[in-house]
Every structure is written in C-alpha cells, then in structure tokens.
Design a protein around this ligand. Structure first.
Ligand SMILES: [Zn+2]
Length: 203
C-alpha cells in the first residue's frame, strides 16, 4: 500500500513507532491546516478514513503543550497526503515550512532569543527537536562556515517527515535567522536502509 511507503516499514522504525510521542502544537497544526485548506468533500473523505481514536481530534483539538501518540499525528498526515496533497508526500516539505511559521513564536522563544544566525539556530536544534518529539535527540555538527549536519539519535521519524516535512521545517528556521536561500536536504535515511538519518544544511 502507498501509505506504508509514506510512513515507512523498516524494522528499526516499527520498533520505535508505537512508543513515540509528539507535542500537541505540532499535531494541532494538522487540524489547523485541514480547517484552512480542506474542501468539504476532502474533509468528509479524510474523516471517514481516520481511526476512531484519532478522529476525535478533529473536534477535540490537541492542546499545544500536551504529548500525544505519534501514531495519531501520522493518521492525520496520511489523510492530508491522500486527500489534500493529491497523494504526493513531497508536498509535506512546504507544509513543514508552514508549520514553522504557525509555531514561530514557540520556536523563536526557544531559539531566536539567542540565535541571530543560521549556525546559532542549528546549535539549538536539539532543544527544538525535543520540544516536539519524544524520545530522541537531534544533534548538530559544524561542517564549514555555511554548512552543517544534523543527525538523529535514538529515534526515528515517519518516512515522509524525515524526507520532506522536517527538511521544510529546518528550511524555514534557517531562513528566519537571516539566510533566505538556506536549504536542508535529507542525505541519508533509515527508511532507505542507511544506518541512521542525517540532514545536510547549507546557507
Ligand atoms: Zn530519515
């Protein structure tokens, strides 16, 4: 099934997935996106697809500071990709950038008080990651004056988020710290059989 490819089926991910949690601010951005962009027919189709324990969040919106099972957010993302993005998971990249904008105040509270450059923002990526995902850690390594690497430890993301959504989120973060042409690419991925997940950032 297409959905399995979007989410991922490698064993390292499947071992991790049922235990993972996500912050309500990130989950809630899905509901906001649906309210903003779903035509009535798409909303009805998406609602019908959702498992019961996820569907309740269409009406009972996730609270920004509460943790939720990652599986529920993924249920929504699969519905969004299928019914609002024409089955194209690469459109999650723009959505990731949009979420960084939605959640800018929160991101900025964590980062921009101290980070006035892309390199400084990336040095705070570990605390940003942990504000949204549990468990795991995302660590930054300096590669050059305008290049850095992010590596995910003791965690995994669904494939569409690794490949597209999180890259878009980091794009926006870098752009907001004064690098309008910054780009984040997912260069190695557990879902492609690599040992782990790494993003290359240039600005
Ligand atoms: Zn990955």
């Amino acid at each position: 099934m297409q959905e399995v490819q979007w989410v991922g089926n490698v064993s390292s991910w499947q071992a991790f997935y049922p235990k993972a949690r996500v912050k309500g601010s990130l989950f809630g951005a899905r509901i906001r996106y649906i309210q903003e962009f779903a035509a009535p027919s798409a909303l009805a189709a998406l609602r019908a697809d959702l498992p019961e324990d996820s569907r309740v969040h269409l009406d009972d919106k996730p609270l920004p500071f509460k943790w939720y099972p990652l599986t529920r957010m993924v249920d929504f993302d699969v519905g969004i990709i299928r019914h609002l993005m024409g089955g194209d998971p690469s459109r999650m990249r723009g959505f990731g950038s949009q979420i960084a904008q939605y959640d800018l105040n929160r991101v900025f509270r964590l980062v921009l008080r101290v980070a006035v450059s892309p390199a400084l923002a990336l040095r705070s990526i570990s605390s940003i990651y942990q504000a949204y995902f549990d468990p795991g850690d995302l660590r930054f390594t300096d590669v050059g004056p305008r290049e850095g690497q992010l590596r995910l430890h003791e965690s995994a993301m669904p494939a569409y988020l690794c490949e597209h959504g999180y890259s878009g989120f980091v794009d926006e973060l870098l752009r907001r710290t004064g690098a309008p042409h910054a780009r984040c690419e997912h260069t190695t991925c557990a879902h492609r059989g690599d040992a782990g997940c790494v993003w290359k950032c240039t600005w």
